[in-house]
Design a binder for this molecule. Structure first.
Ligand code: OAD
Length: 267
């Protein structure tokens, strides 16, 4: 049923060339920054083979969010919604973090203070070795009972045919992701805003920048004098305010950025 969204990255191949000449001004900003923040969206996981949401081949072109990603839809048809999330978990289980995720993880090792704020629920930053990951939209591997709120890790869920049922109260168990019409986890939003406001350099990576409050973070960073760099093969609203835009896939751009920074710094 969900076969149509399986498969490798469906993104345009035109941005594959590592022919990237970065301005040394960017390296200076990175070098002197005491706080670097990376805001990531679905695009950073595209090269791992996880479909993005928007664009020609995005998930929301194939699926109707109102039928799958909201609470009423879940309560109306818990089996169908659970099956869709199970399908997405299967995709994620079978992919690996890509060079973009890995480059951000190695930036965290190299620089004093690097925070990752992600809209993704796939846990690929953590699998790449990143720490300090703020998850704005939840995580597809966490779950909780809609009635008693008992929490379940994916591994604790008993295999079930349809929607899993809580062993405490018999309620339906849902994924701990933010659905349409729901509020984001307040603690994560507050933390993300604090980091955005104190960033010296912010990278906006692989996000269309249309879903708030995440889309407000680059603007917030910029209004607090951060140097804003966008990495995205396509133009977005964030391009309009970015100090620098790298029109390339993040799996190519981020490792290349680190390579060129090292050459600039150590040669
Ligand atoms: P979108 O699908 O809206 O946007 C993905 C962005 O990634 C686009 O701007 C693409 O141009 C870009 N992109 C594609 N491939 C890329 C690559 N290899 N490298 C870099 N960029 C690439 O995804 P998000 O902005 O993350 O929310 O969407 C935000 C939220 O909308 C999601 O978290 C989800 C969705 O509804 C919830 O489910 C709550």
């Amino acid at each position: 049923m969900w076969q149509s969204i399986f498969g490798k990255s469906q993104e345009d191949e035109k941005m594959d060339s590592p022919n990237l000449q970065l301005d040394p001004f960017l390296f200076e900003q990175v070098d002197k920054a005491s706080h670097i923040v990376a805001l990531t969206g679905a695009g950073i996981s595209a090269e791992s083979g996880i479909p993005t949401f928007r664009g020609e081949e995005g998930l929301w072109k194939i699926m109707r969010p109102e039928e799958l990603a909201n609470f009423d839809a879940f309560m109306e048809n818990p089996d169908r919604v659970s099956e869709w999330y199970e399908h997405r978990r299967e995709i994620i289980d079978n992919v690996e973090p890509n060079p973009g995720h890995k480059a951000l993880a190695s930036m965290q090792e190299e620089f004093d203070y690097v925070t990752i704020i992600t809209q993704n629920v796939d846990g690929l930053h953590q699998r790449a070795g990143s720490e300090n990951v703020i998850e704005l939209h939840g995580n597809i591997y966490r779950n909780y009972c809609v009635d008693c709120k008992k929490r379940y890790d994916y591994n604790n869920l008993r295999p079930s045919e349809g929607a899993p049922i809580c062993d405490e109260c018999g309620g339906y168990i849902r994924p701990d992701v933010v659905w349409f019409g729901e509020s984001l986890p307040m603690a994560a939003v507050n933390e993300a805003e604090q980091h955005a406001a104190s960033a010296d350099v912010m990278f906006s990576i692989g996000t269309s920048g249309v879903v708030y409050p995440a889309a407000g973070l680059p603007r917030m960073a910029k209004s607090h004098d951060a140097y804003l760099v966008e990495i995205n093969p396509e133009h977005t609203d964030i391009s309009l305010i970015a100090d620098e835009t790298i029109r390339m896939k993040s799996g190519i751009a981020l490792p290349e950025l680190l390579n060129q920074y090292h050459s600039w710094k150590y040669s």
